[in-house]
Design a protein around this ligand. Structure first.
Ligand SMILES: NC(=O)c1ccc[n+]([C@@H]2O[C@H](COP(=O)([O-])OP(=O)(O)OC[C@H]3O[C@@H](n4cnc5c(N)ncnc54)[C@H](O)[C@@H]3O)[C@@H](O)[C@H]2O)c1
Length: 346
């Protein structure tokens, strides 16, 4: 089988990680790197001996020695660059969140349908969550009732100020911690549950602390400090999702996920899964061992292109997620529960 020829677009934080993994993947070869920043471009090209380096992503999309592109660029570029790459005949792995709005995500999905290329979303927490998904599908914890997922960081979240400034600009990010890190936890939980339809959401966001911390550093901070979202699922069941950059919590950072069913539960903590017996004893359950599949989004992209794996992080689900995020921000703005538009079938 021919190796998949990849271009990595965006070479700073997560893009460097994708580059390392693509270089290490025996079924892939990195033929080009792209970044508007010359230093990052040259450094990546030199460190990994990549044949070509481009300042403009359009050059990589036009390169016949590129089969697929990995887009690790600010969120507002996800839609235009994905669509341009698909139209140029390339397969695409785009980072999360899929886009800044559901309308952008829908346009990306339409481009995927038009071009027949693969479009995958970089939801990397799914790769370690497949055992939970199998456990729930087996019925071992009964019918899902309630789930909670959180990713919260403590004020002043020093690392944030070292990241790209677009993270704090709603126009370029699509949202704050909910769209950035909450999206990972919510995606993980919905994935584990087998992607149920979310009917209604009710969200509250907090503002003010981040803006004051930003002001003290001469930086703009235009997104929420924290968000808490309640999601009602079709057929019953509720999820609460929390995400924060600026909580005055004792831990620097934590993230978790927990699911409760009618017989037991599972969590990203110990024990990982259990049932509760009638005498109230907690009986640990083993998580199914899901091995032999790719462990990272880049390996998965390559496996999907080569026909060895079914696409896991689909753009249909990416559109669903964008609709949920849009609805959550709308709910927070309006101060009431709102309906999530009909889901796309995955
Ligand atoms: N899956 C994860 O765990 C994870 C973690 C971090 C970031 N992300 C996502 O990855 C994406 C990038 O995040 P980051 O933290 O690496 O951002 P970053 O700001 O650190 O890096 C973005 C890079 O893109 C480059 N760039 C900007 N515009 C470009 C263009 N038009 N063409 C080519 N290069 C361009 C910048 O110069 C920079 O090097 C975002 O969508 C973010 O949400 C995902």
């Amino acid at each position: 089988m021919d190796p998949v020829r990849i271009a990595i677009v965006g070479l700073r934080n997560i893009g460097k990680g994708h580059l390392r993994r693509a270089v290490a993947c025996d079924q892939a070869v990195v033929t080009a790197v792209v970044d508007t920043d010359p230093e990052r471009r040259e450094q990546a090209q030199a460190e990994f001996a990549i044949p070509r380096a481009y300042a403009d992503a359009a050059e990589a999309f036009a390169d016949p020695a590129v089969d697929a592109v990995v887009l690790a660029v600010p969120n507002h570029l996800h839609a235009p660059l994905s669509i341009a790459a698909l139209e140029a005949g390339k397969h695409v792995l785009v980072e999360k969140p899929m886009a800044c709005t559901a309308a952008e995500a829908e346009a990306m999905l339409a481009a995927r349908d038009r071009t027949g290329r693969h479009l995958l979303i970089g939801m990397n927490q799914r790769f370690s969550s497949r055992g939970y998904r199998e456990l729930l599908a087996s019925g071992a914890i009964g019918t899902f009732q309630y789930g909670r997922c959180r990713w919260n960081r403590r004020r002043p979240h020093v690392a944030l100020w070292a990241r790209g400034d677009w993270f704090c600009d709603r126009k370029r990010s699509g949202g704050g911690p909910l769209a950035d890190i909450g999206v990972h936890k919510l995606d993980q939980l919905l994935f584990v549950l087998g992607w149920p339809r979310v009917e209604r959401v009710s969200a509250v966001i907090g503002m003010g602390v981040g803006a004051r911390c930003g002001q003290a550093r001469g930086r703009n901070y235009g997104v929420e400090d924290f968000a808490t979202v309640q999601l009602r699922l079709e057929g019953g069941g509720v999820i609460v999702c929390e995400a924060a950059y600026f909580l005055n919590q004792s831990e620097e950072e934590y993230q978790d996920m927990v699911c409760y069913g009618t017989l037991g539960g599972c969590a990203t903590a110990n024990p990982e899964a259990w049932t509760v017996a009638d005498d109230e004893s907690v009986v640990p359950l083993a998580l199914p061992d899901v091995t032999g599949l790719s462990a990272t989004p880049v390996e998965h992209l390559v496996a999907v292109i080569q026909g060895r794996e079914e696409a896991m992080c689909t753009p249909e689900q990416g559109v669903d997620m964008q609709r949920i995020l849009d609805a959550a921000y709308r709910s927070a703005d309006q101060g009431c529960e709102v309906a999530v538009p009909q889901a796309v079938l995955a």
